[in-house]
Design a protein around this ligand. Structure first.
Ligand code: ADP
Ligand code: MG
Length: 392
């Protein structure tokens, strides 16, 4: 178990909050503010209880100070969403002397957003000196950055060791939803896995094989599974070094009585190009030179059937190259099926969430995870360092 906001008395205290404001920027503005909105319940709860807020996040992967990765656009958007002033100082990062002075001057009840934590190379090294500086900014620490919980960084794990600390509402909600999948899913529990690589997903497939009733496989991954069973997959992407793994996952599934549903047919093309000429083939008989780029209509029908009656659904990974129409069709069709199910539905993974958001069906999904890598590591059964440190 971990501590939550209810365990902290934040009145008149300075509270340092690690948020996940790693948002896409477009023309110097926030392109998609989903992650900022997701943090609002925690920020509003703390503010209404009389806390002074010091917020910090990373943004992108800058190597040192980088004007293109400053938090200014985020501060501007947060100000609009909160409807109040957000203090921000463009500087060399949360460990810099200017930032320290700026934080010291924060008035009671104010909201300050620190500069990008990754401007300081000590952040990703979980450097104790940086963690001490950050801890000096506040009386208490709240972690609401689920997307960063799988990394032990100075602004996540390091600082949490040094202050009374707790999980924010978003982190709590994520752990609750994902925890339910592993610990007490209502059956039938159907898992849908797609995306690019088997190697990225072996860990999750292995743990979910032990709790799920059916696993539907789509995306490029399906071709490695098809090839492992002796199928001809044309020029589709196959991970040769994962063929044995695919075979042993299939063997484990049949041992446990879990049905693994591979796509019966695939939408293929000679090249990956928007509007390319397509043809549909059985996934194990794709002609030479053709690439499988999406699941076909029979596969979708079979997936729909396998999802019928499901009480719990977890979906990670697009079923096709959804960035390039028409190869988004399978993913879009499945998003509609999942949205209509009277089940507890969870979607996790950066690309999967982007795909579901693009369909406009996000509000009909039970839980959309804000953390791609973190969600997968959690479901692999790994301990997330950012969460372990909040344990009580
Ligand atoms: P997530 O971010 O949701 O975990 P992944 O990163 O594992 O998902 O996979 C997403 C990527 O998989 C997308 O870029 C998509 O284009 C790619 N992909 C899906 N199906 C195929 C396919 N048949 N061939 C090649 N790439 C694919
Ligand atoms: Mg991805």
């Amino acid at each position: 178990m971990f501590r939550t906001l209810e365990d902290l008395d934040v009145k008149d205290k300075r509270v340092l909050v690690r948020v996940d404001f790693n948002v896409p920027l477009k023309d110097g503005r926030v392109g998609d503010d989903t992650r900022i909105r997701a943090a609002l319940p925690t920020l509003e709860a703390l503010a209404s209880r009389g806390a002074t807020l010091i917020l910090m996040s990373h943004l992108g992967r800058p190597k040192g100070v980088d004007d293109a990765a400053r938090m200014r656009p985020v501060a501007a958007r947060l100000e609009e969403l909160l409807g109040r002033d957000v203090r921000y100082l463009a500087c060399d990062g949360p460990g810099s002397a200017e930032e320290q002075a700026f934080v010291r001057d924060a008035p009671h009840g104010s909201v300050t957003l620190l500069e990008n934590t990754r401007f300081d190379a000590r952040e990703t090294k979980n450097d104790p000196a940086l963690a001490r500086i950050l801890a000096g900014y506040a009386d208490m620490y709240v972690d609401d950055a689920f997307g960063s919980a799988h990394r032990a960084h100075a602004s996540t794990e390091g600082v949490a060791r040094l202050l009374p600390s707790a999980a924010g509402h978003l982190l709590e909600q994520e752990l609750h939803a994902l925890g339910k999948l592993l610990d007490s899913p209502e059956h039938p529990f159907v898992v849908i896995l797609g995306g690019a690589k088997v190697s990225d997903k072996i860990g999750v497939i292995s743990t979910l094989l032990e709790v799920a009733d059916r696993i539907l496989i789509g995306g490029a991954m399906a071709f490695t599974f098809a090839a492992a069973q002796g199928g001809k997959v044309g020029a589709s992407r196959v991970e040769e070094d994962q063929l044995d793994t695919a075979r042993s996952l299939l063997a484990r599934a049949s041992e446990r009585g879990v049905s693994m549903v591979l796509p019966e047919d695939s939408v293929c093309a000679r090249e990956l190009k928007q509007g390319a000429q397509t043809s549909v083939h059985p996934t194990d008989q794709i002609p030479d030179g053709l690439l499988g780029l999406d699941v076909g209509p029979r596969a979708i029908a079979a997936f729909r059937e396998a999802l019928d009656g499901a009480r719990t659904v977890f979906w990670n990974g697009p079923l096709g190259v959804f960035e390039t129409p028409p190869f988004d069709a399978g993913t879009v069709a499945l998003a509609h099926v999942v949205a209509e199910l009277p089940a507890f539905t969870v979607v996790g993974g950066g690309d999967s969430v982007a795909a579901v958001n693009a369909t406009g069906l996000a509000d009909r999904i039970g839980h959309i995870s804000t953390g791609g890598g973190a969600a997968l590591e959690f479901l692999e059964g790994k301990t997330l360092p950012g969460v372990a440190v909040l344990g009580s």
